[in-house]
Design a protein around this ligand. Sequence first.
Ligand code: FAD
Length: 575
Amino acid sequence: MSAIAVIGAGPTGTCLVERICANAPELVGDSVLDIHVVDPHPHGAGRVWRTDQPDLLWANSAAADITIHTDGSVRCEGPIQQGPSLAEWLGCDPGFFAPRPVLSRYLSHAFERAVRTAPRNVRVHAHRAVALDVADLRAGQRLELSDGRWLEVDAMVLAQGHQSVLPSSQEVEQAAFAARRGLAYLPTGYAADLDLDVVPAGKPVLMRGAGLAFIDLMVLLTSGRGGRFTSGADGSLTYLPSGAEPLLHVGSRRGVPYHGKTGYRLSGSPAALPKFFGSDGAERRPLVAKELAYAYYHELFHAHPSRTRLDWAEFEAAFTEAGWGGKEMRALITKAVPRFADRLHLERIEQPLRGIRFGDLAGLQRWMHGYIAADLGRRADPAHSADLAMIHGLLSVHAVLAEAPSDPWFQRLFNFLASGPPARRLAELRALARAGVVTFLGADPRIEQDERAGTWRATSATVPGAVEARALVEARLPPPSVSRSTDPIISALYARGECREAAGLLDVRLPDRRLLGQGGAAHPRRFALGPWVVGGRGTAGFARPGVNAPLFRHADALARSVLGQTAGARLRAAA
Ligand SMILES: Cc1cc2nc3c(=O)[nH]c(=O)nc-3n(C[C@H](O)[C@H](O)[C@H](O)COP(=O)(O)OP(=O)(O)OC[C@H]3O[C@@H](n4cnc5c(N)ncnc54)[C@H](O)[C@@H]3O)c2cc1C
C-alpha cells in the first residue's frame, strides 16, 4: 500500500491532488494509494478563498481568466482532464469578477470532482486539521496533525500558500508606539483576517500601500461600513457616506493605485510571444521592455493601422535589430508612429509621479482624479488595445520566469500593470476621492512617529507639508519569510535545520522540488510547491485557460515525482 500527504488544500493543493489521481494509473497501476489532504480550511478553497468572508471581497481576476482544470494547451506528461473555467461553470459574463465566496464554491467543486473521479484504487482522505510536524521513518514520513492523529506516508508535499508571519521589527516598534500613545495600528495581513473595528470612524487613517490589499481594506472600511455608490447618467459613481467610514490617506512607493483590469478582449490574433525574452542570463530590464514594446506595437500596427506610417514587416525587421532605449529605436518609433500619444512611454507608465512635485495636497488630488479617470477610460476603450497586448507580453515573460529566481523589480511591474483591481473598484476609488474619503499622499511616503504630539506624521516626495493621524494601517500582505513564519510545521522544520530560506522563500531543488535542508541536502520524501516556495511563482495567481499555464505543468511534474516515491510505484517499476 502507498500513501501521500498533501499539506494545504487551496488551489495548488487541489491541482496537485487532481494531478496525482490523473497520473496514478500509469505510475502505481492498480495497487492501493491513499492521498491524505490536510487543511483546517474547506478543501478546494483553502484559506484565501474560504466561504466565510464578506461577499464584498472579490477576485481580482475575471471569471474567464480563472481555471483549475487542465486543457489541450497544457504540455505535460500526465493525461489532460478538461473541465470548466470559472466563467463556464457559473455561466456568467467572461468579464465578471466573482465575490470570493462564489469562487470558493467553484474550487470546492473541483476538489470534490477530483475525489469522485479518482481511480478505484485511489482513496482521498480530507483532514480538517493543521499539520504540526513531520519526522523521518525508516521508509517514509510520520506526520503529526492538530486533531491528534498521526499519518504514515511514503512522501509529502507542502502546498501551504501564503502564511502568517511574526511581526517585523518595524511592526513591533509601531505597535509599541501605538500602545504607548493609545493609537490604532494594523500590521500587514489579509483584509478578511484583520480586526478593522480598531480603525476609528470620521478620523484620518494613514494607509501604507495602494495595491490590492489596499483595495480590499478600502472596500471593507467604506461599503463594509454602510456607505453606498450611486451611478450617474454618464456611468460615473458618487459615494454616499454612512458616517462610519474613516478618512483614508493613502501613500505608496509609486503613489498611484495599480492599473485597473481591461474591460474588453483582443479582437485580432495576438503576437507570438515572447519573441526576445529568454530565461538566459542576459540583462533583464531592457529585454522585458523590448518584449512589451513589441507586443504593444504589433497590436497597434495590426488593429489600428491608420495610426502607423510604416509597413509592419519593415517596422518589425528594424525593431528586431535595434537595441531597446537606443537612438535607432527612438528614431524608428518616431517615424513609424506619428502621434506622441500612440507611442509606448514605459518609464512614464512605470513611475507616473517621478519628477512631479505639486504646490499643495489639493493640486496632487486634482492630478490623481485625472490620472484615475484616464486609466478607467483607456482600460475600457478598445482603441487602446495596444495596452492589453502589452499585458499579454508581460504574461509571456511571467511564464518564462515562473521557475527563475524571483526578481522583485519584474514582480512589482507585473503586479502594477497586469494584476490590478476590477475597473469597478477603481471607479469606486475615484468616487471616494471626490467625496474626500480618500486623499492621496503621493510617492515614497515617509511615516514618522511624533512622540510629543502622540501621532504619526506622513510626508512624501510629491507634496510639501504633512498629514497627522492617530491610526496607521500597513495596507499590504506580509512579504514571504520562512524564518518568521508562524506555521507550526515550517517553524519546526526550520528550527531543526530541515528546511532553509532563500530570499524569504522556502528553498527547494529544481526541477524536482525536493525540500532543501540547511546543509543543502535534498530530502527524498519531502516536496514543496506554492507562492512562498522557490520556483513556485506559477502558483501565485490563478491559471488561465488555454495558455499552457505553469501551475499545471509544475503540478503534473511534481505529482509524478511524488508518485515515483511510493511503494506502489517502486513495485511496479521492479516488476
Ligand atoms: C487576499 C488574496 C487575494 C488574492 N486574489 C487573487 C486573485 O484575484 N486572482 C489571482 O489569480 N490570485 C489571487 N491571489 C493569489 C493567490 O495566491 C492564489 O490565487 C492562490 O490562492 C494560491 O493558492 P495556494 O493553494 O498555493 O495557496 P493558498 O490559497 O494560500 O492555500 C494554501 C492552503 O494551505 C493551508 N495550510 C497552510 N499551512 C498549513 C498547515 N501547516 N497544515 C494544513 N494546512 C495548511 C492553508 O490553510 C491554505 O488553505 C490572492 C491572494 C491573496 C492572499
